[in-house]
Ligand binder design. Structure first.
Ligand SMILES: *Cc1c(COP(=O)(O)O)cnc(C)c1O
Length: 386
């Protein structure tokens, strides 16, 4: 079934916003297709947790459905309910499991499939799961090395034996999660695969799933039946340090609201970062409240060796001094006088400033930059018409 494009929340209008965020839905679907190819013969699902990694659940879900994706993972029950309102027919898995007996009705009404992670999840779903053609459909998460969520392999084995007798649950998917998939040579990858393979054999009726974005690039046996890409859909590099094969989905730009000149020996921003030279400073109207992390702060700030950089008029420009809540200073001295003017925009990340480099400059990962974007940017959703 085709869906009409959902109403999208484009945030404040551009002339009232401190920055703009452009979200390219064609790039998103191209990324999905590439990941689906790399996943074959497995089927690629899509992970839409945390508001589609900050980029907007409804437009992302709709575009991915149009691109042929039929299975989706969210983290929390309320995200599953929101996704059901966008996609009536999708298969929706909730990674966090069931939470509490009070949540079961919402799972039933929205036809959500819990990923059962613990004994209490198992008991709750046996008592309160929904039935259609199949009783209490669920996914079973087995922990193979993260010590985060999931049954131990021993508990999974016991479950498989019990359930073969009682048929109380229909585990349509058995899954695990890799701890080091972005480091292809890490020995834990293979150990987790072997542990997972022995568990998955206990559930012959179920499909299996092991790979996040990075796992897909491990290929081979890792792929199992279903892959679960997240970050690579949204343009983040799946494998640390390797060339990024994904298209840019999100471009964040900040508005220049003032251009100042300051002399060597003066200071900039909180904590008074001393200026080493006569400087031209572009004052920009986004800050850490917009997910431009304070840790992206510039040279001269204690513990920061290198600042994150922005991009304007063909050049990279470093953050100067501390990032503040609503404002960030960029050192645009190298561009020369009058090159940058009020009303210009500096790209924070996008086609010219890869998000993974910015994340590195801020001591974090692309995931955190995307999911912290917040609601103050004006958002332009482009593409996705087909
Ligand atoms: C977030 C998550 C994914 C997606 O991971 P990416 O690294 O973003 O591709 C897959 N599986 C589980 C269990 C997750 O929590």
């Amino acid at each position: 079934m085709a869906y009409p494009p959902p109403r999208t929340d484009s945030g404040p209008p551009p002339h009232l916003a401190g920055g703009r965020l452009t979200i390219d839905l064609d790039a998103l679907t191209a990324n999905y297709r590439l990941l689906a190819q790399r996943s074959a013969p497995a089927e690629a699902s899509a992970v839409l947790k945390a508001d589609a990694y900050g980029l907007g659940l409804a437009p992302a879900a709709w575009a991915l459905w149009a691109a042929g994706c039929r299975r989706f993972f969210v983290a929390l029950p309320h995200e599953g309910v929101a996704l059901r309102a966008v996609l009536a027919e999708a298969e929706i898995f909730v990674l966090a499991g069931l939470f509490a007996v009070e949540a079961a009705a919402a799972y039933r009404e929205a036809r959500l499939i819990p990923v059962l992670n613990s004994q209490s999840d198992l008991s709750l779903w046996e008592a309160h799961g929904w039935d259609d053609e199949r009783p209490r459909p669920c996914a079973v998460h087995v922990d193979t090395g993260m010590n985060r969520l999931g049954l131990t392999p021993e508990r999974a084995r016991a479950l498989a034996e019990e359930n073969a007798l009682t048929g109380a649950l229909t585990p349509i998917l058995v899954m695990s999660h890799l701890a080091c998939a972005d480091t292809p040579g890490h020995p834990l990858n293979r150990r987790q695969l072997e542990s997972f393979q022995s568990v998955r054999a206990l559930f012959p009726q179920s499909e299996s799933s092991l790979c996040n974005s990075a796992g897909i690039f491990l290929g081979g046996d890792f792929l199992c039946d279903v892959t679960r890409p997240g970050i690579a859909l949204y343009g983040g590099t799946p494998v640390t340090g390797a060339a990024n094969p994904m298209r840019v989905v999100a471009t964040a730009e900040t508005r220049v609201v003032q251009v100042r000149r300051a002399m060597a020996g003066e200071t900039a921003s909180y904590g008074a970062t001393p200026l080493q030279r006569d400087s031209i400073i572009a004052v920009c109207s986004t800050g850490y409240a917009d997910g431009y992390h304070r840790a992206a702060s510039g040279a001269g700030v204690p513990l920061r060796q290198t600042a994150a950089k922005g991009f304007i008029h063909g050049q990279r420009v470093p953050v100067l001094g501390r990032v503040t809540m609503d404002l960030t200073l960029f050192d645009v001295t190298e561009l020369g006088p009058d090159a940058v003017t009020v009303g210009d925009h500096i790209e924070l990340f996008g086609p010219n400033m890869p998000i993974d480099e910015v994340a590195e400059g801020a001591g974090t990962v692309s995931y955190e930059l995307l999911t912290s974007l917040g609601r103050r940017y004006h958002r332009d959703y482009v593409g996705g018409e087909s």
